[in-house]
Design a protein around this ligand. Structure first.
Ligand SMILES: Nc1ncnc2c1ncn2[C@@H]1O[C@H](COP(=O)(O)OP(=O)(O)OP(=O)(O)O)[C@@H](O)[C@H]1O
Length: 473
């Protein structure tokens, strides 16, 4: 078995074993597909570079709407120019504003943009809020960065009063993501999505418990790279009493370099408002527990705006759609796609996407208890699992199916026939609750059959279409 069970207190469960079996199946190397994915080739970028995120040149709408509650935030309008004169001070100020990153640069050296493809204007995305066509703008090109990660492991040391134990959080995660792509990290709660996102986003670089390699354009994480990373955390912190426009303007003034004028920074904030379709709520207060403000979807977009204002090459997001209805979630993911299509590399964790949303992702990593169950095109995940004998028995959202599988829950899921025989045999012998095997039955049957599980998957893997898989060069 692949999992190193170093955490002594962990009991092995049926789901552990199922995850192990699927992991083992995944790790057996199938024939590489023709085109290597991980090389950071510009092909992916060029595939999508024709579609751009928009910022119209038109001025922002006036804030005279009577229904809009304008923030009384005069007291907060401290002299930002003074603050932004020193990087350290700027960092402190941005922290106080709830911005999760230190000061970052905005422009890039000309040599960095040499590889960037010219943008064409054949597609005009819709206004997210109003569903109307918006004018196009040219997002400033940034250095395209591809990420490769190989055999990434992460463990924590849990110190008790008398004992110390190691807990493995991630176990041998391999994958890659290129500019122009959105990589979704999916899995059940506690499977390690946030941990992996933090690792890829360079937030645990000084932790000695990280193993494997993570490279950015084949280089290690560096200070230089830090300035090109945007990270949207799960728990956003925004000032409730200032408006959307003020929030983004402050972020622009604090985080953009002093080489830009105040007017340029303010223009950048307005560009981001258009980019994210926040025109209609730009003069609405953010709001909070005691003040009604923008909607959940708008709030998420403001958080994304706080990060894309620096025009990052890499954008990481932790559950940007949690708590949102499926339509709003879809809009957020559409925004991520637009950002990716402007040449950025986007990595996001996702909890339980709708099927429409699931198909929007370019690549998918499925985690189960810290192990890699699938890495490849999101659109081919179902084909892959079907090819190893795992299929939904009823019409099912693919994300739901994959998360059930990663959880070891095989209700309404067919598994390879060898295992099925055992399941049926088990059902006749052990109590069946409400026409479905009880958890005890599933556990028992899996305990019996998992001895063969790995072998079965190894056999099935020979039939996997090679296109399902990605391999690092
Ligand atoms: N520093 C730590 N100490 C102990 N356990 C940890 C630590 N960091 C993470 N874990 C554990 O590692 C597992 C993975 O955590 P992580 O937050 O990455 O999961 P997740 O997939 O993002 O979950 P969720 O979807 O619920 O946010 C969890 O069981 C968590 O309790």
């Amino acid at each position: 078995m692949m999992e190193k069970q170093s955490f002594s207190g962990l009991a092995r469960t049926m789901s552990d074993q199922l995850v192990e079996a699927v992991t083992a199946a995944f790790k057996s190397p199938p024939t590489p597909s023709g085109g290597s994915d991980g090389g950071g080739s510009s092909s992916t970028l060029s595939r999508k570079s024709s579609k751009q995120v928009l910022v119209p040149a038109s001025p922002v709408r006036s804030s005279k709407n009577t229904h809009i509650r304008k923030a009384r935030s005069a007291q907060m309008k401290f002299e930002l120019d003074e603050l932004s004169s020193g990087a350290a001070l700027s960092r402190a100020s941005s922290a106080s504003l709830g911005l999760s990153f230190s000061f970052t640069g905005f422009t890039m050296p000309p040599e960095d943009v040499a590889d960037s493809k010219p943008f064409s204007d054949d597609d005009i995305p819709e206004d997210i809020e109003a569903g109307i066509q918006r004018e196009k703008f040219q997002m400033e090109p940034t250095l395209p960065i591809y990420i490769k990660f190989k055999d990434v492991t992460y463990k924590v040391i849990i110190r008790g009063i008398t004992t110390t134990a190691e807990k493995e959080i991630l176990n041998g995660i391999t994958g890659s993501v290129n500019p122009g792509e959105v990589l979704a990290l999916m899995g059940p709660s506690g499977s390690g999505k946030t941990t992996l996102l933090n690792l890829l986003g360079g937030r645990l670089t000084h932790d000695n418990n990280v193993g494997g390699s993570i490279t950015y354009n084949d280089q290690k994480y560096s200070k230089f790279l830090k300035s090109r990373v945007g990270f949207v955390t799960q728990d956003d912190i925004l000032f409730p009493h200032i408006t959307v426009k003020e929030t983004l303007t402050y972020a622009a003034r604090l985080r953009l370099p002093n080489t830009l004028t105040k007017e340029q920074k303010e223009k950048r904030a307005i560009d981001v408002i258009h980019e994210l379709g926040l025109e209609r709520c730009q003069d609405t207060m953010i709001g909070g527990s005691f003040v009604r403000g923008v909607s959940g979807g708008e709030r998420k977009r403001v958080c994304i705006g706080n990060e894309i204002i620096i025009n990052p090459s890499l954008l990481f997001l932790d559950e940007p759609t949690s708590g949102l209805d499926s339509t709003t979630a879809l809009r957020i993911v559409q925004v991520l796609q637009d950002i990716a299509e402007a040449g950025k590399t986007v990595v996001t964790t996702i909890h339980q996407p709708s099927s429409r949303l699931f198909h929007k992702f370019d690549k998918l990593i499925l985690l189960g208890k810290g192990s890699l169950l699938y890495f490849g095109k999101a659109s081919e995940a179902m084909t892959y699992f079907s090819s190893i004998g795992c299929n939904p028995l009823i019409s099912m959202n693919p994300a739901e199916f994959l998360i059930d599988l990663a959880n070891g829950n095989i209700i309404d899921i067919s598994i390879p026939s060898e295992l099925e025989d055992r399941v049926q045999m088990g059902n006749s012998e052990i109590e069946i609750q409400h026409g479905k095997p009880s958890p005890a039955v599933v556990h028992e049957v899996h305990s019996l059959t998992l001895k063969n599980f790995q072998g079965i998957y190894r056999i099935s893997l020979k039939q996997i279409p090679s296109a399902c898989m990605y391999h690092l060069s």
